[in-house]
Design a protein around this ligand. Sequence first.
Ligand code: UDP
Ligand code: MG
Length: 176
Amino acid sequence: GFLFTRLIKILHIGGPGSGKGTQCSRIASDFGFSHVSAGDLLRNEISAGTDQGEWILEIIREGRIVPSEITVELVRKAIESSTAKRVLIDGFPRCEENRIAFEKITGTEPDLVLFFDCPEDEMVKRLLSRNQGRVDDNIETIKKRLKVFESLNLPVVEYYSSRGKAHKQDSVSRES
Ligand code: UDP
Ligand code: MG
């Protein structure tokens, strides 16, 4: 079977528009990580036009969190099909339930958790000007995403902080 314990796993957590995707792509290519973006995996499902994809679209449109059984499966499959020995998971887990489900399925914990700290007004500014054609980059959905981030995603960062695994990074004034 597949051995998650042999992999180096880094999680990248940050609010919507904090720059996770951009930074993860860089880290992945600079340090030889396989970049697994949970949001991209979900958007791939939507593009595939399946019934499950339609359902995911509705959840993303409302800024809610897709049920763990779906996301954990997508992330697990993406990791298993990669050949890299190091994996960088972008934008997941989104809540304690996601975290617990993932740790249970893989039987492992991440080695490191990077937390991108970004002020809300900066995130809103970036989301509204990035023009990627995303269904969730409108002010109404953005407000919901920010609430979900604060109430459900931040507790995951706190959990990993308490285990000495979280590293906070300033995502505003970083060097290029
Ligand atoms: N999402 C989810 N579970 C995940 C990752 C993403 O439910 O593990 C959904 C959620 O609705 C979120 C959206 O996908 O608001 C976009 O996530 P992504 O990380 O791509 O966007 P970001 O928050 O970085 O703008
Ligand atoms: Mg992203």
